[in-house]
Design a protein around this ligand. Structure first.
Ligand SMILES: [Zn+2]
Length: 307
């Protein structure tokens, strides 16, 4: 009795609720297209924006992973490329392989694609020795338009001790990023601010939508893997994105921990050109289908398409 009363008293004193929040939800934060995507390719800008992107991740010890396009900053000297990627390691993140040129498996032979993976693998190990690179993510999430291609790639990844990185929350956020860069470049801060205000509810809806799809497939919310990109909009919005998950009582876990959820043992029998969320792949495997119901507002799509 004394212990219960003490606990209640502590809650009253600290202002906390005595009911324990649900903490079973987990998400891995995965960020593609390192070192940075966007219009400004100079070292100082990419360095400052990468630091901003990683600040909330480092401060909250979020075990995120960044997927590197090996040739993504080959306009810069190797020493600067190293400094950009070292920021990720210093923030406690892991690095993964995202091919050499952001290659599309649909547009080349598997042999050439594998050469792209190995080139980035060698690059990372030479640049950052020692570094551990265990995960690979296909650009556009294209991992084989037919069974033969997909199995060949999987067999290659296994032979190189790579694990493919799945995605559950995939939401085409590049439209917002492109529009945001254009508004900022024009000095149109009102539009930039409007994009920020539109982006967050969109991400929130995507999280809720894929939670729902997960419940459809598994009867529960499986560990989630969100796909974000290293761009200026996310550099600005990362604290708010992390807060969206916190408000829904998510715990941030590594990609390795997220995919230890038995849901990820569900076979992925999707063969096709359009890379899609693993939740859709699992649904297809179970004879279910779903259509992505969200799209960015027209004004954002138009702004992104402007020259
Ligand atoms: Zn990518």
């Amino acid at each position: 009795m004394f212990l219960v009363q003490s606990a209640v008293l502590m809650c009253l004193l600290t202002g906390q609720s005595s009911s324990k929040p649900a903490t079973s939800l987990q998400v891995a934060i995965t960020i593609d297209d390192l070192p940075f995507v966007g219009e400004h390719r100079d070292f100082q800008t990419m360095f400052a924006n990468t630091k901003a992107l990683l600040r909330p991740i480092r401060e909250a010890k979020v075990p995120a992973i960044g997927f590197v396009v090996g040739g993504g900053a080959d306009n810069l000297p190797k020493s600067e490329q190293r400094r950009l990627l070292q920021l990720w390691l210093d923030a406690g993140c892991e690095l993964g392989n995202h091919t050499w040129t952001h290659a599309d498996l649909d547009a080349m032979s598997v042999t050439d694609y594998e050469a792209q993976i190995m080139k980035t693998d060698q690059y990372l190990h030479e640049l950052l020795d020692p570094v551990k690179v265990d995960f690979f993510r296909s650009p556009y999430l294209n991992d084989g338009k037919n069974r033969e291609t997909k199995e060949e790639l999987q067999s290659f990844l296994r032979s190189q001790s790579y694990k493919e990185a799945p995605v559950t929350i995939d939401m085409d956020e590049f439209y917002f990023a492109g529009a945001y860069d254009k508004a900022v470049n024009k000095g149109d801060l009102a539009t930039a601010s409007r994009i920020e205000r539109t982006y967050l509810p969109y991400v929130d809806k995507a999280i809720r939508y894929f939670e729902g799809q997960s419940v459809r497939v598994f009867g529960r919310v499986c560990s989630q893997v969100i796909l974000l990109h290293a761009h200026y909009l996310n550099a600005k919005m990362m604290p708010a994105i992390l807060d969206l998950f916190r408000r829904r009582h998510y715990r941030f876990v590594s990609l390795r921990e997220a995919i230890s959820d038995p849901a990820y043992r569900t076979p992925d029998k999707y063969y096709g050109s359009g890379g899609i969320s693993w939740i859709y792949r699992w649904e297809l495997g179970k004879g279910m289908s779903a259509t992505w119901p969200l799209s960015p507002p027209d004004w954002i799509v138009r702004l992104n398409a402007q020259k």
